[in-house]
Unconditional design. Sequence first.
Length: 73
Amino acid sequence: MKRARTLGAAFVVLGLLALIHPRVEMPAQKTEVQVGGQKLLIETRRIVTIPPILSGLVMVAGIGLMLLGPRKL
């Protein structure tokens, strides 16, 4: 019973965080290139944008788990 509420609360917090800060940056690749006598470090980043509808769905699922999870059928 407590697991469902805890998981639901975590979903609500994750949904709120995704609404507040929808862009997540992840380092993708580091490449070292030598040009002339100098070395250059090239770092690429992958930016993932979380749609607001997905954040809302995660929050609704979390609220559902918190309210309906502890019930026994």
